[in-house]
Design a binder for this molecule. Structure first.
Ligand code: ZN
Length: 91
């Protein structure tokens, strides 16, 4: 996710998926680990995550993959400040 954010800084990423290719080249969706789920929650709380639910792909919000999550207040403040700063630039 961090890699995607760095590679595509100029783009708004709405949805993300992790994919594994087996030796025959077949792709399968890999569900994010706990650390990645927390990173989504901290840095891109509005992103949709495509997950594998018993071989069915579903697009879900962060709250679905990380219920009752810890909220990092410092990051929330920075996110709000950044969006406020961007609004000021656009004026
Ligand atoms: Zn991970």
């Amino acid at each position: 996710m961090i890699l995607a954010n760095n590679l595509y800084k100029e783009k708004n990423i709405d949805e993300i998926v992790a994919v594994h290719y087996d030796d025959e080249g077949n792709a399968e969706i890999i569900n994010p680990c706990g650390r990645c789920r927390q990173m989504f929650n901290d840095y891109v709380p509005d992103i949709k995550i495509i997950v594998d639910d018993d071989r069915i792909a579903k697009s879900v919000g962060v709250d679905r993959v990380l219920p009752f999550s810890y909220k990092n207040k410092a990051l929330e403040y920075r996110r709000v400040k950044k969006s406020t700063d961007n609004e000021e630039v656009e004026k």
